[in-house]
Design a protein around this ligand. Sequence first.
Ligand code: PEP
Ligand code: MG
Length: 737
Amino acid sequence: MAAVMAEPGGPQERLDRIVRLIAESMRTDVCSIYLRRGERTLELCATHGLKASAVHAARLRVGQGLVGLIAQRAEPINTAEAMNERGFQYLPETGEEEYHAFAGVPIQRLGAVLGVLVVQNRASRVFTEDEMHGLEVIAMVLAEMTELGAFLSEADADVAGAHRRPFYARGVSGQEGAAMGVVHLHEPRVAVQNPVAEDPAVERARLEAAMEALRGEVDRMVTGDLVGNPGEHRDVLEAYRMFAHDKGWLRRMLESIDRGLSAEVAVEREQTAARARLERVADPYLRERLHDLDDLANRLMRKLVGDGGREPVPENAVLVARNIGPGDLLEYGRKLKGVVLEEGSIGSHAAIVARALGIPMVLQAAGVAAEARPGDVILVDGDLGVAHLRPEDSVLAAFREKMEMRAQAQELYESLRDKPAVSLDGRRIALMMNAGLMTDLPSLESSGAEGVGLYRTELQFLIRSTVPRRSEQAALYSRVLDAARGKPVVFRTLDIGSDKVLPYLQRPEEPNPALGWRAIRISLDRPMILRMQIQSLLRGARGRPLRVMFPLVAQAAEYFAARDMVLEEVENERARGRPVPSELRIGAMLETPSLAFAPDAFFREADFISIGGNDLKQFFFAADRENELVRRRYDTLDAAYLRFVDLIVRRCAEAGTELSYCGEDAGRPLEALALAAMGVRVLSMRPASVGPVKSAIRAARLDEARAVIDAALAEGAATLREALTRWAAEAGVVRPG
Ligand code: PEP
Ligand code: MG
């Protein structure tokens, strides 16, 4: 095969030579190569045995016929009687009716199917295991060659795998904003220049040496030499070690080398298989393990190719990856113009970090990591949740215009920065910002927010591998208050559990983590963690005013128990002669419907209440905020939800307790208007939302909005979205769309 690559001739001649070579060496009547054209189509690109006139004419959809099924499932098919096989579809233009035996394997690379390799025989027979393995190895080499563009002519430039066509990915928005830049791959795929082993002995030795180094590294991780005491992390690392020492893994790779593959391709072959399995596994534990294996394969690959595999981060980089952890994303920090992930969800940590950094982000952009090449131009539309890879000129021009308009809107927001959010009918709304990292604090100044309405203290815990010491926590809180320069900051105590998992906190396996041991429940069951945090907050405050609130309070008693702990710690500090806050306000987050029905005493006693709409909505509608299948069906502007908000507003008003709203929806202009119209006077949101929300409030009469809501409710509307959208457009408050 290496020889074929080196011989002169165009791409078509190469393909023709390859199919002939395979047919001759395997003694089959037919050998054909189908390559992917676009997302959904496979085209017969070369054949030995079928009608030559069918080449570039015969096409199948992915999923159609046996060839289409192989591409769809990324699995081989081997049958003595093709016609009896489920899904068989006869392509008359190829003249394949006389062939009974059929074997096909996907041409794939790291989870992306680029085509299908097929052999067929007149006589009915099943191909041997050895033959199938041989086909698979050839398919690996073909995949590498396809990626290198070996089969591309100019006219063919849109054959999939070419990575030259424009590629459009529709996902979901992780963080709004628009960015234009060039692709930077988080886990760059190594371009294997020579997929075929020149000397298997050399390749074996290279692989074994790399494996040795990898095992040493993993062993050191387990013993703690590399990352400090692994503690509860140990289980995970042990599983890692088990894989690294798995004899089957190495054996399969060595076998591939013996069959003529280079060490890199042998590693990739296993990785491709693991990813294919990953696609089919639903069990979260097994998925994690397969992710481990994938990660190990990446490390092994880096050992083989050296650090040359890592490219420096270019200017205007847009990070593209399957997924990324919050720590890795923070390391890139503001060097990134945008982030596009194949996986991830709105509530994931990576998304929280991207939001904190204000980096436009698109999540669940299927196929983008496989399609993107370093340096490709990419447009990130964080508002719509789409990414355009290698965009056409017209798309690029439209996008530039959009960015221009955003810049203009930004200017308007700038001009409002120091003005208050007062509606046309004279109601004053306090706009605060959500934060969680030191890097957020400069936004307090630039956004015009009046304070921090929600400081998520768990981020400091999440981005580390050990519990931050009391002195470290206190130092951070102190710096946050320094940076706030007297503006109020509401520190929310540790909100972990559910999707926010601390690797160093042992926790039980839970069937429903969102309904499980999390937030204040952990704090009350493990009071040492909360006490340590309260002490850190008191010390960090150094006598300044302090606001603290507890997450996910479901019962009044939980609030009182946690508040007692704070008050005890204040007394302890006082007794030690340390300064205590000049003013202390202790609040609760209302994130479960039950708290809205707590006794009056709770509403009177709580210093303030903040609606955590992200969680409240998921419990109100019984719809997992992390699950894209159900999350989007339920809307903040749903009539039932607004009625519920109304109830909370009234209970707080009766008790004279301050109420704020700090879920994501507070940052959407239309939703913010509705909440303000319902009587919520404090809204806390991402810094980037302060400008748009302020401009909407200043342009609106909230009494009008309330009248629209009341009228629609009285008419029995199921949702307020239409009525409010119409009103906002007519009143020129929020631009439609
Ligand atoms: C919420 O639930 O609305 C909230 C603000 O908290 P978090 O998103 O951190 O759970
Ligand atoms: Mg919450």
